[in-house]
Structure formats: structure tokens, C-alpha cells
Design a binder for this molecule. Structure first.
Ligand code: ADP
Length: 426
């Protein structure tokens, strides 16, 4: 039988007793009033006890009672017990999380909506110089590097910002912010000193080797030209050898030039000027047509806008020449290459479109890697260094622009350079 049914039956029994005794004595109404008062007082007493128990936090076992009140106490007691268990489990989880984040080799700082520090791990204290007492302080007041403050304000956290450690300038940090939850941000700082050192060594090595190779190559080329001039063409083997040697030295020179250009792109400061891109494109296309075949004009240039771009002329020239050169090189000699300069909704675009052999979908993400040349090209021995698109990518990066490649095997490719509107100048 349910507890409520028991309670109602007890009240009904009491009512019947009052009814019988009241009928016998003629005191039904006073007895009924007495019974009602008794029930009321009992419940008020229980409410007071319950309120007292709950106001003390419901700690410990509940007071001894009977009937429906025992059931109420029991339910509340059970809820509190479960809650306590859950709290303990959560606390344990938080402790484990704290311990693991404390042990992280990377610095981690939780930032609030107003850039204030909510929590920081041990590595953050060591490498960013934050103290326990800095909790609640705004992080731009503690890490004052302008590039960091700019990064924090930009709210564009897709890439990391490279900074020296505020504690030790010999340590290089890659600082990145990850957003999560409702407006919360996690700042992660990774020690990339070794990585940067290796990168610098790689750049220096490539720059030095390319530079050192330049002089011997020039000497070789000079002597080869002299030897070719002296060649009386009596020995086809000798003549062929000279031609091969000249071809290969030229290839090496292209490689060295491209490597040096890449090094310059990686290391040199920019000197941006307002570049007349339509004029530059007209010139490059004219040169392209001249180089190809005077009788067969392959390049179709469409200038839909007169927009000029803030940038470096020789860098842009090199990128555009590479794109056009590839389009001509990797498509049939009688096919058209379309070059189009136009304003799109969000940016200014240069399309270089060919009807050539196209690029396999798997190769597309890799073609901008240094020295990447698809196997087909290697086999066909189409000349090239594999550095052209790496140069294009770097030049575009330095102009806040991006390269988009759409290509289908057997149909052709379209390389698009997207320049942001903020680069437009007049
Ligand atoms: P290179 O042309 O000297 O080999 P690039 O870096 O310019 O080096 O190009 C890398 C590779 O991308 C090329 O070897 C070729 O496989 C592919 N590629 C580039 N442009 C095109 C194009 N317009 N059509 C087809 N394949 C292309």
C-alpha cells in the first residue's frame, strides 16, 4: 500500500472514531475540531522540523518520524546523498584535469571575456612570467608586446603569433588562442626556439649554398659559351655534349635564382608601392606571347577593372610570370590561355586559366610545396625547377592574398590570386 493511501486511511479511521464517539456523546463537532487541530498541529510541527533540518544543510541522517513525512525526509536525503557523490566525482575530475594541465609542457591560460586571467598552469608561470597573484589581471597589462596585443584584439586566431618569452628573450614562443564555450578563450604558448633555430639554419644554408653556387655557375656558363663558339661542328658528339651542358647549366642557374628569390621573400622587408597591375599584366602577357611564338598569340588578356594594388612590383611580376609560364607550359601549343583581372564581391582577383592537362585532385594541395613536381612531369621531362608555385604562394602571402587552384585532369586548370580590398590603392 502506498504511503499516501495509508495516510488517508488513518485520517478516515480517526474521522470514523470521532463520528462514533461524537454520536454517542453528542460532542461530534468539538471532537471533529479537535481532530482537525491535531492533524494541523502535527503537520506544522513536522514542517518546522523539516525547515530546521534543511536550513542546516540537510546534513546527517534525518530526524526520526513516521508516515508521509518519513517518505519526504527519505527522498530529500537520497537526493542530497546523490548530489554529494556527484560533487565528489566532479571534484576528483577537476583535480585530475588540473594536475594534467599543470604537467603540460605548453603554457595554458584561461582568459575571461575582458582578457582577464582566470587560470594559468605551471608552464605559463615559468615561460610567460605569470604569478599566482596575477589572477584577475588583464593579460595585455602583463604581456606588453605590440604584436601580441594586436593579435589579442584582432579576434582572428586562425594562426599563431611568434613572440620572445617575456622571461627570457632567448626563448621563442608560438602563442595561439583557442575559443571555446560562451566567450571563453584558452591561450596556449609553445616553446618553438629549437624549431625556429632549425628554420633559420635551413634558410641560411639554402641562401649561402645558392649564393656560393652563383659564381662557379657563371664561370662555367662563360667557358661553355666560349667552347661553343670555338666548336667547328666536326664532331656531333662534342656539339651535342655542349648543348646538353648548356641546357643543364641554364637549369641550374634557374634553380639557384629561384632559391635566392625564395630566400629573399622569406627574409627581406617589404617596400610596398602602388602597383599598376593592369599595366604589369599587359607587359607580362606581351612578353609571354613573344617568347612563345610570334605568329601564334595564345594569351587572351581581359582587364575588367583598373584597380591598382599595394605591393612589390618585382615580386608580383615574378608570381604572375610563373603562373602564366606554367599555363603555357602545361597546355597544348595551340590552346588559349585566359588571363582575367577583375573585382569580385569581397576581393580583387587574377585568374590564369588554361585548357591543358590539368592536375590530379591528390596533387593540388601539394603543388605549392618546394620542389614538388608531379610524376608525369618528371617522366615527360618538361623543364622546370618545382619552385615556381612555392614562389607564387610566398609572394601572395606577403601581399595578404591567397592562391586558389581549380583543376581537372584532361580539361585544364585555373589559378586564382585573391587580393583583399584593403590592398587596393590609387
Ligand atoms: P615547375 O613548373 O617548375 O615544375 P611549379 O612549382 O611551377 O614547378 O609547379 C609545380 C607542379 O605543379 C608542376 O610540376 C606541375 O606538375 C603542376 N602545375 C603547375 N601549373 C600547372 C598547370 N597550369 N597545369 C598543370 N599542372 C601544373
Amino acid at each position: 500500500m502506498g504511503i499516501w493511501q495509508k495516510e488517508i486511511i488513518t485520517i478516515l479511521l480517526l474521522f470514523f472514531v470521532v463520528l462514533i464517539v461524537g454520536g454517542m456523546t453528542g460532542l461530534f463537532l468539538p471532537l471533529l475540531l479537535l481532530l482537525t487541530l491535531f492533524i494541523l498541529i502535527r503537520h506544522i510541527y513536522q514542517i518546522i522540523r523539516f525547515e530546521k533540518w534543511i536550513s542546516m544543510g540537510g546534513r546527517g541522517k534525518y530526524p526520526k518520524t513516521t508516515g508521509v513525512w518519513e517518505e519526504i525526509y527519505y527522498h530529500v536525503y537520497r537526493i542530497k546523498k546523490n548530489e554529494k557523490k556527484r560533487k565528489k566525482k566532479l571534484g576528483k575530475m577537476i583535480d585530475q584535469f588540473r594536475q594534467s594541465t599543470e604537467a603540460l609542457p605548453d603554457a595554458a591560460v584561461v582568459l575571461g571575456a575582458h582578457d582577464e586571467i582566470e587560470w594559468a598552469n605551471k608552464a605559463a608561470r615559468e615561460v610567460l612570467g605569470l604569478k599566482q597573484s596575477d589572477k584577475g589581471q588583464r593579460i595585455p597589462n602583463l604581456i606588453r608586446f605590440p604584436e601580441f596585443i594586436h593579435y589579442l584584439k584582432s579576434r582572428n586566431y586562425s594562426e599563431a603569433v611568434i613572440l620572445p618569452s617575456p622571461v627570457d628573450s632567448r626563448i621563442t614562443l608560438a602563442v595561439r588562442i583557442v575559443t571555446y564555450g560562451a566567450g571563453l578563450r584558452l591561450l596556449l604558448a609553445q616553446d618553438v626556439t629549437q624549431l625556429k633555430k632549425m628554420e633559420r639554419m635551413r634558410k641560411d644554408f639554402v641562401a649561402n649554398v645558392s649564393h656560393e653556387l652563383r659564381t662557379p655557375l657563371t664561370v662555367l656558363k662563360g667557358y661553355l659559351e666560349t667552347l661553343q663558339d670555338m666548336d667547328d661542328r666536326k664532331s656531333p658528339l662534342l656539339t651535342n655534349s655542349f648543348q646538353q651542358m648548356q641546357g643543364q647549366t641554364e637549369r641550374m642557374q634557374h634553380l639557384v635564382d629561384d632559391l635566392l628569390l625564395l630566400t629573399r621573400l622569406e627574409t627581406q622587408q617589404r617596400q610596398a608601392q602602388c602597383i599598376n597591375v593592369p599595366a604589369l599584366l599587359s607587359q607580362i602577357c606581351k612578353e609571354g606571347d613573344t617568347l612563345e611564338n610570334a605568329s601564334n598569340r595564345r594569351i587572351e588578356l581581359t582587364l575588367e577593372t583598373d584597380v591598382h594594388i599595394l605591393g612589390e612590383e618585382h615580386e608580383l611580376r615574378s608570381a604572375f610570370t610563373n603562373l602564366l609560364g606554367n599555363a603555357l607550359k602545361y597546355s597544348p601549343e595551340d590552346s588559349v590561355v585566359k588571363v582575367r583581372w577583375y573585382q569580385a564581391i569581397d576581393d580583387i582577383v587574377l585568374d590564369v586559366e588554361d585548357q591543358g592537362e590539368g592536375i590530379a585532385a591528390a596533387d593540388i594541395p601539394r603543388v605549392t610545396e618546394r620542389f614538388y613536381r608531379s610524376e608525369v612531369k618528371r617522366n615527360k621531362k618538361v623543364s622546370g625547377t618545382g619552385l615556381g608555385l612555392a614562389i607564387v604562394k610566398h609572394v601572395l602571402m606577403r601581399h595578404d592574398a591567397r592562391l586558389n587552384i581549380v583543376s581537372e585532369l584532361g580539361k585544364g586548370s585555373c589559378f586564382s590570386c585573391h587580393f583583399p580590398i584593403k590592398r587596393v590603392c590609387s
